[in-house]
Design a protein around this ligand. Structure first.
Ligand SMILES: Nc1ncnc2c1ncn2[C@@H]1O[C@H](COP(=O)(O)OP(=O)(O)OP(=O)(O)O)[C@@H](O)[C@H]1O
Ligand SMILES: [Zn+2]
Length: 667
């Protein structure tokens, strides 16, 4: 319960809560139970908007204070284990609305308004944000977080940001001009594995997963035109011009069973033999063993029976495990079982899901894909003497899942409320960013840190211009807008200006001529636009909804490294975050289930996630940790915490760094 003083601060407070998922449910409950219950008796407002369309913001009434919750999602079965405001009967209903109704059952006098909507809806503009005293984020993606950050900056409303990953969590406070904004610190390049580790010298299970998912699965079932580093030459290729073609292609009239076995032998047998021929590689490594179908006692095992797998139109229910009678996803299969699953899943893709082949991307919710990738990764792991894993574990690693821990969400929600009270009391000196550790550090599981000052080089809150290296006579305006303005700068409704000349904008109020002109501009290279963009030009991009403007200095550059700079544009001064494409499969959510994983699994999951999503990191000083000479001899060190924000959530790694001891105080 809050003190009298705190209750006073909350009285009449208007709180915006974005996200009613794992953190949001806990947050709404904690807000209601701790402070809003007595302080904010505004009566129940029956305001709840069912969908994105036609938001009726006019009906919003928070005059007496209260909470407005926005969430764009509906409740799924997988949410029920930790989003405790929801029940089975709520599946399919709006999260925001059900969360509101559930809380009103035990605190009927609180004023809660629920919107089932995307916070990026243009109706939630700066004026909308201005009505709140504080904004609390319980989101699961960087795109929405950046958007809310900009609206809070434009509206001058304090933002409390949060994230959890398994046992790890973080709560930070962002006050315009007083502390860093959510986008103040640059994020590191995505962690990727050298191709040769994946294709030739795997040493960890995660390498085998990346190989199975990003190379083998993509090669067999994905877009054939995509580059792929798998060895496509077979031993018999040299002798036949026909076979010198891609060995992964099904041959004319080839029986599916033979095809599956041929691919098995190629990737687990032939390719390993080829790799072994390079003696240098194996001087200091364990030599892998080639594995061929003929060496396995597969014939004695029960063969797949397609009739057993559901064969109706529902491709989601096709399962090699079901066909083979393997029930427990937590079992670690033998090499023989992995091989059977591999061959069975391979065949099922062609026999039951043939139409999808050529267009498939690995999806952690696609059972057959997970089975195939698990089996392939395990067979490869067996070949390289790497411990094999269960389907459950492999799925976590392949899908970059760190299973949510309900307790972490609850702790984080409590911390959000603590900081929110300080914000509402204008107790800015005592604001803290807090990390939840998995393992106590100096007996601390919760590590508070003074917030950083705003980064003067931040292109968002300090309006520092960015620089774009680009070949202005090759790059079209369309590419610039898609790859830079939308994907990297996270603008929703962009406008591009050069001096007084408007080159592009979006909006409902454009006339046909304008639309036609802008469409034509999109297809022009930058240097041939009506107001040419060339080296030395400064352009302004603006998002009208976010009220966010950014100047970009253009620097002409002709050569780009195709592999490292695939966009043929380099944005300097921008803090990296996941692109829209990667975010869809984005890792490390607030959780898939309440089941906790081992640290090893979560770290592996983190690693693999970083191949897909760009990562972010910030160096932090440790806060109130006294110099402890006794436990560290004479060496006085403060502990630095490296936080990696991989897009969806936050992973904390601790390292010792004596340079980070300097204190910075929030003004
Ligand atoms: N742009 C957005 N506008 C409104 N709500 C959003 C937006 N982006 C994300 N959210 C909401 O934020 C919440 C985040 O909660 P959480 O991380 O627990 O995810 P979840 O989807 O409930 O669970 P999981 O993804 O782990 O199965 C979700 O309910 C999601 O709908
Ligand atoms: Zn900033």
């Amino acid at each position: 319960m809050a003190s009298e003083q705190q209750l006073d601060a909350m009285k009449g407070a208007k709180v915006l809560m974005v996200g009613a998922g794992g953190i949001g449910c806990e947050l709404l409950k904690t807000l209601a139970l701790s402070v809003m219950s007595d302080a904010s008796r505004g009566g129940i407002r029956n305001v709840s908007i069912e969908d994105d369309e036609g938001l009726d913001l006019g009906s919003l009434d928070l005059l007496d204070g209260g909470i407005l919750a926005i969430d764009m999602d509906t409740i799924e079965v997988s949410n029920l284990n930790r989003q405790f405001l929801f029940r089975q009967s709520h599946v399919g209903q709006s999260k925001a609305k059900v969360a509101r109704d559930a809380v009103l059952k035990f605190r009927p006098h609180i004023n809660i308004t629920a919107y089932h909507a995307n916070v990026k809806n243009p109706d939630f503009n700066v004026d909308f944000f201005k009505q709140f005293n504080v904004v609390l984020n319980g989101l699961d993606n960087v795109d929405a977080r950046r958007h809310v950050n900009r609206l809070c900056l434009a509206a001058g409303v304090p933002l409390i940001e949060s994230g959890t990953t398994g046992f790890l969590g973080q709560v930070s406070v962002h006050l315009k001009d007083k502390s860093e904004c959510y986008e103040c610190y640059p994020k590191p390049a995505p962690k990727t594995y050298p191709v040769c580790t994946i294709t030739s010298t795997p040493s960890k299970f995660v390498h085998c997963i990346v190989w199975a998912k990003d190379l083998l699965f993509a090669k067999l079932f994905g877009d054939k035109n995509q580059d792929n580093d798998l060895n496509v030459r077979s031993s018999d290729g040299a002798s036949s011009s026909e076979r010198a073609d891609d060995v992964f292609e099904r041959r004319n009239g080839e029986d599916i069973e033979n095809y599956a076995r041929r691919i098995y032998d190629h990737v687990f047998g032939h390719n390993i033999v080829v790799a072994l021929s390079n003696e240098e590689t194996w001087k200091n490594r364990t030599r892998p063993k080639p594995i061929y179908v003929k060496d396995l006692p597969l014939e004695n095992q029960q063969n797949g029976n397609f009739d057993k797998s559901s064969s109706g139109g529902d491709s989601a229910s096709v399962s090699a495990m079901a066909t083979l009678g393997l029930k427990n996803p937590q079992d670690v299969w033998s090499l023989v079982d992995n091989s059977r699953v591999f061959l069975e899943a391979f065949k099922l893709f062609f026999l039951k899901r043939g139409k999808e082949i050529g267009g498939l991307c690995f999806d952690k919710d696609d059972q057959l894909a997970v089975e195939f990738v698990t089996a392939a990764a395990n067979i490869r792991a067996a070949s390289f003497s790497i411990p094999v894993h269960s389907l459950f574990e492999a799925k976590g690693i392949a899908g970059n899942i760190v299973h949510a821990v309900a307790t972490t969400n609850a702790i984080v929600a409590g911390l959000i409320v603590i900081e929110a009270i300080k914000v509402l009391q204008h107790d800015f000196h005592n604001l803290r960013m807090t990390y939840c550790n998995e393992i106590p550090t100096r007996k601390l599981l919760l590590m508070p840190v003074e917030p950083f000052e705003p980064n003067k080089a931040c292109f968002v809150c300090s309006k520092t211009p960015l620089t774009l290296e680009v070949n202005t006579s090759r790059t079209k305006l369309r590419d610039f807008i898609e790859k830079i303005v939308r994907a990297k700068l996270g603008m929703n409704l962009p406008m591009v200006m050069h001096g007084s000349s408007l080159l592009y904008e979006v909006g409902d109020d454009l006339d046909e001529d304008m639309i036609r002109n802008y469409e034509a501009n999109l297809e022009k290279v930058l240097s041939e636009l009506p107001s040419p963009i060339t080296g030395g030009t400064v352009i302004t991009v603006e998002d009208l909804q976010q009220e966010f403007t950014c100047n970009i200095n253009i620097k002409q550059r002709v050569e780009f490294d195709e592999e490292k700079e695939p966009d043929a544009m380099v944005l300097i001064g921008w803090s990296q975050a996941p692109s829209r494409e990667t975010e869809k499969n984005s890792p490390l959510r607030n959780g898939e289930s309440a089941r906790a994983t081992t640290q090893e699994t979560s770290l592996e999951a983190e690693e693999v996630s970083l191949t897909d999503a760009n990562a972010a990191s910030k160096k932090r000083k440790a806060p109130e940790i006294p110099d402890d000479s006794s436990s560290h001899g004479d060496v006085k060190m403060k502990k630095a915490v490296i936080v990696e924000d991989d897009g969806d959530d936050l992973v904390i790694v601790e390292r010792w760094n004596p340079d980070m001891a300097k204190k910075k105080r929030l003004v």
